[in-house]
Design a protein. Sequence first.
Length: 182
Amino acid sequence: MFLVRRVLVVLIVGGCALLFSQAPEFAQQYRYRLASAIDELTTAIQIFDEQANHAGLDRQTALNIYASSNESSLHQQVDAMRRSVARYQLLSDQLEDLAAASSVLRPVVIARQPDHRILSDAWRGFMPSLPVSLAGVIWCGAGVLIGMFCAASVSALFGTAARFRREARSKAFSRIRGKALQ
């Protein structure tokens, strides 16, 4: 049982270290996708603004005119553009926060309020890397600490379960022994 526990501890600590060491690389890949999404939204918004300017309108005036129209397709376009502008602002703010954060803190910035579409795409396309940066080493260390805590918790559970089994066997043996003596 001692060897099983030791192997389990090594697997848990090593697994957590490996998992956490990938956080900076994942943050970098998320950041690339975030910048690409902002570029696409910028293009869509610029096209809308150019069309509005060509008609002698600014964005808000064009949106108000479209919104007051009887055409349902224009209402849908207004809603889509407003969502695009709002998403652009959220993503731009997050990119600024990522740029301002140190490489160690970027995974935390993303975890605070991720864009689920970008997060999902980044996860699907994620390519693990060997963590040779300071941020990778720090996150690896955090993974070791968390792994040690998890391993200690699992070990404590195994110890408690083993103690209950020993106590149950001891009580059962005492009962059998007591009946045999009677």
